[in-house]
Design a protein around this ligand. Structure first.
Ligand SMILES: [Mn+2]
Length: 179
C-alpha cells in the first residue's frame, strides 16, 4: 500500500483516540473528530492540497489545544514538520480568550504557508458550521462577531490558496462583513 495512505490512517486514528470523548457545540453534539477530518478534507477535496504533512497537521490541529496531547508527542509520532505546523496553529491556552483571539489576528501573516492553509480550512469549516446551526448557548450577535473576527484573521492568511480564499470571501459577503 502507498505509504502516504498508511500515514494518513495512522494520523486520523491518533486524532480519533485523542478526541474520543469530545463533542462539537452544535445541538446534535456531533462527534468532535468530524471537525478535524472535515478540515483535512476541505484542504484535499476543495483546496487541491496534496502535501501529506499539511493534511496530517489538519487532522491533528486541535489535539494540543483541546486534549492532553503535547507537541513533543506529535513530534515523536509524526516528525518535526507536522509538529511545527500544529504548534503554529495552537493557541496559548494560558492566555485569556480575548487575548488569544487578538493574537490569532496578529500572528496570522507571520505563519508558514502550510499553517496558513490549515488555518483557512479551519475557519471555512467553522463558518459553514455556524451557518448550518447556531451552537448551544450562542446568540446571533456572537455568531456575527465570530464572522467579523474570522475575517480579520483571514486577511492575514491571504495569498495562500485562491480557491479557499474565494469560498471564505463568499461567506463573509453573505454576512455583510467588510473584506
Ligand atoms: Mn479547529
Amino acid at each position: 500500500m502507498n505509504s502516504e495512505a498508511v500515514l494518513l490512517l495512522e494520523t486520523v486514528h491518533f486524532a480519533a483516540e485523542k478526541h474520543r470523548n469530545q463533542r462539537r457545540k452544535d445541538t446534535e453534539q456531533t462527534p468532535y473528530i468530524n471537525h478535524p477530518i472535515g478540515v483535512a478534507r476541505i484542504l484535499s477535496h476543495e483546496g487541491g492540497v496534496m502535501d501529506v504533512e499539511v493534511l496530517q497537521a489538519a487532522l491533528l490541529h486541535d489535539t494540543v489545544e483541546d486534549t492532553d496531547t503535547s507537541i513533543a508527542e506529535i513530534q515523536a509520532t509524526f516528525g518535526p514538520v507536522v509538529a511545527r505546523i500544529v504548534q503554529e496553529v495552537t493557541d496559548d491556552k494560558s492566555l485569556p480568550k480575548q487575548e488569544r483571539k487578538r493574537q490569532q489576528v496578529e500572528h496570522a501573516p507571520h505563519c508558514s504557508p502550510q499553517a496558513k492553509l490549515v488555518k483557512m480550512a479551519d475557519k471555512l469549516y467553522n463558518l459553514r458550521d455556524l451557518n448550518r446551526c447556531t451552537p448551544v448557548g450562542w446568540t446571533a450577535e456572537r455568531v456575527q462577531e465570530y464572522f467579523l473576527w474570522a475575517c480579520e484573521v483571514v486577511k492575514g492568511l491571504r495569498g495562500t490558496n485562491s480557491v479557499l480564499e474565494e469560498k471564505l470571501d463568499e461567506l463573509f459577503k453573505q454576512r455583510g462583513v467588510q473584506l
